[in-house]
Write a protein that binds this ligand. Structure first.
Ligand code: GRF
Length: 195
């Protein structure tokens, strides 16, 4: 069985879908849900699902990414994850951290990468007049929101959409895509999945 650690910053709806998916014949199980703030709503939900939780608060590190990451690594290593899933984890990780998990760390991003790296993806898609939007699961490399694409799901942009209505439609697809990609990834399958 592969061990999966999930890193979150917020409500953790993707994390819940990942945790719930890892049952039965799935080749992985969740070993840890870690947040960078004790306020992350997903922590209580993970605990309720029986998954160990941890907090590594970035704030005492006062912008020193390397010392934050050193603490993060220490906690992660204690739980011996094979795979790391970033799921709404809102801290930028540097190359020194990412190298430790090269080829073993996934992220979900709410756009059809390579479009709209970074924040405010839905607003930017609307402003560009895009007729479709979506989400991407990719391997994490040292460049932000880059790295080999493992899966994408598309949704239509509808008339009258706001960033919020579009985000909600994309999030539904995230909930299907991320577990589907992870299930394949843990068996070594990196072929592109399109939903
Ligand atoms: C998702 O839209 C994800 O794509 C982005 O952050 C959001 C996290 O939502 N990276 P949740 O915490 O999984 O509900």
């Amino acid at each position: 069985m592969k061990r999966v650690a999930i890193l979150i910053s917020g409500g953790g709806s993707n994390m819940i879908k990942l945790v719930e998916s890892m049952t039965g014949d799935h080749a992985a199980r969740p070993c840890l849900v870690l947040a960078n703030s004790a306020d992350a709503g997903g922590l209580a939900k993970a605990a309720a699902l029986g998954v160990p939780t941890a907090v590594v608060d970035h704030r005492p590190h006062k912008g020193d990414r390397e010392s934050f990451q050193a603490e993060l690594l220490e906690v992660l290593h204690a739980h011996q994850p094979d795979i790391i899933c970033l799921a709404g984890f809102m801290r930028v990780l540097t190359a020194s951290f990412i190298e430790q998990f090269e080829g073993r760390m996934l992220n979900i991003h709410p756009s059809l990468l390579p479009k709209y790296k970074g924040l405010h993806t839905h607003q930017r898609a609307l402003e560009a007049g895009d007729t479709e939007a979506g989400c991407t699961v990719h391997e994490v490399t040292a460049k932000l929101d880059d790295g080999p694409v493992l899966g994408q799901a598309r949704v239509p942009v509808l008339e009258g959409d706001t960033a919020d209505t579009l985000a909600a439609r994309v999030l539904q697809q995230e909930h299907a895509l991320y577990p589907a990609v992870l299930k394949r990834f843990v068996t070594g399958d990196r072929a592109l999945l399109e939903l």
